[in-house]
Design a protein around this ligand. Structure first.
Ligand code: ADP
Ligand code: MG
Length: 461
């Protein structure tokens, strides 16, 4: 076995236990540069990766290498920063470097809470690193965001993805704040993808295309939120592509957020997908209970309102998959107690939480049809194919997901599930349910997918 083969085999093992984003982010451009008397040196492209390998992945890497090196000759692993000696990356159509920076008028940008934003940069003052609680499911995104502020242009672009309400906007804006704090002259622009699109269309219509280009191409930091909305917008994609290239070539930092990885955005040009994947991709997923409690504690502090930890824990267990909703619940609880002029107690909170849960009633409204449509759309497979007879894995897997979700979310009986899924036997439904349930224990990627699907189920219902 050559060192190349050894590393490929180890990567194969590692891939199984990591989310796609983590895997792509950390293991691209790594290789074994030395293997000598049981001592392996893994070369990595930058110090950030080196630190993470040492801190987070060392045990997994060592284990994977020991597993695949059958003679058991691997004793220790070290990491070294070194670039792979390969042909240079395609850097795309060369385009003119913007002329000497012209001062950009105070950057504009919008956010759902425009009234709360600071005038100059349209950044929400609450969305800072100080206010961002780090847990297992967002620590990578957080670390990457910080790394970007330390060395803009190095991990370019940074692409942050994950379901709605999990702190993507918060992180993007935190980066903006920090860069401005470090150098007030940094030209930062935060825009939603929709705003970018509208401004572009407006500019073209009014013959101000050049102004638009000048504004965007002279930035030091461009933050584009909800990038998935670029889907299907051809001319905007084209313009963004050139903006991207102009900034990237001057080593100006670009940060994108999206509710899904670039590849999963429908109707998007391949060249844009590959640009998005150039730098670092990181995902955020729903925080664990402990982190949710910490988030609630921090929000209480922000609002100068005190609720004991055990009560917050109760709130945190009632809202699991969306921090925005978690915060909304907390706000209602505070408002209720302030209005009644009483102190929160276990009883009052338990009661509020349970009425809010039943009032939202989302689970009740969900129909099998919603579920089928949502899963079909998520995997981008026509529904008749999903319900059909073909057993290709491409189809059978989403089919099993549907059966699993029908059981979990709708409490459907196995025979009923079988019937809806193209008239299958109830044993098929049982098998599908247990299989997905077991897969979930191991497969972080699958958990992430299911989270996203659930979010869509209930945001559509
Ligand atoms: P997204 O852009 O992913 O939909 P947001 O960034 O808008 O989510 O976050 C929704 C709300 O949840 C915001 O008020 C944000 O401050 C809060 N939030 C999300 N994650 C965290 C976190 N890790 N720490 C503190 N607040 C968070
Ligand atoms: Mg957002």
């Amino acid at each position: 076995m050559t060192t190349h083969e050894l590393w490929q085999a180890a990567l194969g093992e590692l891939e199984l236990s990591l989310s796609k984003a983590n895997y792509t982010t950390w293991f691209r451009n790594t290789f074994i540069s030395a293997f000598d008397e049981g001592r392996i040196v893994v070369s990595v492209p930058n110090t950030f990766t080196k630190a993470w390998f040492e801190k987070k992945y060392h045990v997994a890497i060592l284990k994977a290498l020991q597993n695949v090196a059958k003679d058991g000759g691997v004793r220790e692993v070290h990491y070294k920063v070194e670039l792979k000696p390969t042909v240079p990356q395609d850097i795309g159509t060369p385009i003119g470097i913007p002329s000497a920076a012209t001062p950009v008028a105070a950057a504009s940008g919008a956010d759902e809470e425009a009234s709360e934003t600071t005038k100059d940069f349209s950044l929400n003052p609450r969305y800072t690193f100080e206010n961002f609680i780090v847990g297992k499911t967002n620590e990578l995104a957080h670390a990457a965001a910080l790394a970007v502020t330390e060395k803009p242009g190095r991990y370019n672009p940074l692409f942050v993805y994950g379901a709605s309400g999990l702190g993507k906007t918060h992180l993007l804006q935190a980066i903006g704040h920090k860069m401005i704090a470090m150098n007030p002259r940094t030209k930062v622009l935060y825009v939603t993808c929709e705003r970018f699109t509208n401004e572009f269309i407006h500019a073209v219509r009014n013959g101000r295309g050049k102004e638009f280009k000048d504004t965007y191409r002279n930035l030091d930091l461009l933050l584009v939120d909800d990038f998935q909305f670029i889907s299907g917008k051809e001319s905007t994609q084209e313009e963004f592509f050139h903006t991207f290239n102009a900034l990237h070539q001057c080593n100006k930092q670009i940060i994108l957020s999206s509710d899904r990885p670039p590849k999963a955005i429908p109707d998007i040009e391949q060249r844009l997908v590959s640009r998005c994947e150039w730098g670092m991709m990181v995902d955020v997923s729903a925080p664990e209970l402990e982190t949710r409690v910490a988030i609630l504690e921090s929000k209480c502090k922000e609002k100068h309102y005190e609720i004991p930890r055990d009560m917050l824990s109760l709130v945190a267990s009632s809202v699991q998959s969306n921090v925005r909703e978690l915060e909304g619940t907390l706000n209602k609880i505070i408002a209720y107690h302030q209005f009644k002029n009483i102190k929160p107690s276990m009883e009052s909170i338990r009661e509020l939480v349970s009425t809010m849960n039943s009032a939202s009633g989302s689970k009740k409204n969900l129909t099998p049809k919603d579920l089928l449509d949502t899963v079909a759309r998520y995997y981008d497979i026509p529904l008749p194919d999903l319900l059909g007879k073909c057993r290709e894995k491409r189809l059978s897997f989403p089919r099993q997901i549907i059966m699993y979700l029908m059981r979990e979310e709708l409490n459907s009986s196995y025979p009923a599930i079988g019937k809806i899924i193209g008239g299958r036997d109830h044993t098929t439904a049982i098998h599908a349910f247990t299989k997905i349930k077991n897969d979930l224990k191991e497969d972080e990627r699958l958990r992430h997918d299911l989270n996203l699907i659930r979010q869509r189920l209930y945001s559509a219902a």
